[in-house]
Design a protein around this ligand. Structure first.
Ligand code: C5P
Length: 229
């Protein structure tokens, strides 16, 4: 098990990824975006026509996912079998499919195993997702749960996608975000919710810097100073 695991959970578009990357850079920690794992699985499933009804097949794909990550400062790339899919997995359609297949226990079990393996390999890591603090790393040193209004989140996500050249409307993003939230919160297995011991931060009116500072301070208080590397 890693020496120090920090978890960041929260709904879609809340800024988890940006904040987690900044925090990881500042602390010199490894950063793991677990949403990217569900998205990569969704992409493979779509490419080979495996629908959510094919539970066994999805479980097998999850267990054998040929996934690798590359972290270079603020740039985090996702590779499937060596192919860079960092951009492809970000579409709203893949997000929705990821949410649908993430309801399946067989899929979650496969990816939980992968996440725990990554934690074993990284001495100090930040894991970002939906169930990091509640299910995967209940003993994490510090747990955070980020929130923000759906309007603020949809706007952030929309801007991100527009900036990266995607043709999407705000309304489309808003609708799919609400639908995904509902699906993620209402699922039976590992639903989206804060761990009882998580620090909840509403980021609606806070800039990235302020959120990162709050978290950094909390971690320092908890760990009493963390060395880089
Ligand atoms: O974080 P991101 O929006 O990229 O995640 C895509 C989907 O993957 C989420 O809507 C959620 O259904 C699923 N997910 C999950 N558990 C995680 C991370 C993501 O169920 N730890």
């Amino acid at each position: 098990m890693a020496e120090i695991v920090i978890t960041i959970d929260g709904p879609a578009g809340v800024g988890k990824t940006t904040v987690a990357k900044h925090l990881a850079n500042r602390l010199g920690f490894t950063y793991v975006d677990t949403g990217a794992m569900y998205r990569a699985l969704a992409l493979i499933a779509q490419e080979i026509n495996v629908t959510p009804e094919h539970e066994e097949m999805l479980g097998k794909l999850a267990r054998e996912l040929p996934l690798s990550f590359k972290q270079d400062g603020m740039k985090f790339s996702v590779f499937l079998d060596g192919r860079d899919v960092s951009e492809e997995i970000r579409s709203p359609q893949i997000g929705m499919l990821a949410s649908t297949i993430s309801k399946l226990l067989i899929v979650r079990k496969g990816l939980w195993e992968l996440q725990r393996k990554l934690a074993q390999a990284a001495p100090k890591a930040i894991f970002e997702g939906r169930d990091m603090g509640t299910v995967v790393f209940p003993d994490a040193v510090a747990k955070f749960f980020l929130t923000a209004s759906p309007e603020v989140r949809a706007k952030r996500r929309w801007k991100q996608l527009i900036t990266s050249g995607k043709e999407v409307t705000y309304e489309e993003i808003y609708r799919s975000l609400l639908e995904r939230d509902k699906q993620d919160m209402e699922r039976e297995i590992a639903p989206l919710k804060p761990a009882p011991d998580a620090i909840v931060i509403d980021t609606s009116n806070l800039g990235i810097e302020s959120v990162v500072n709050k978290m950094y301070q909390h971690i320092l208080n908890k760990v009493g100073g963390v060395s880089n590397g």
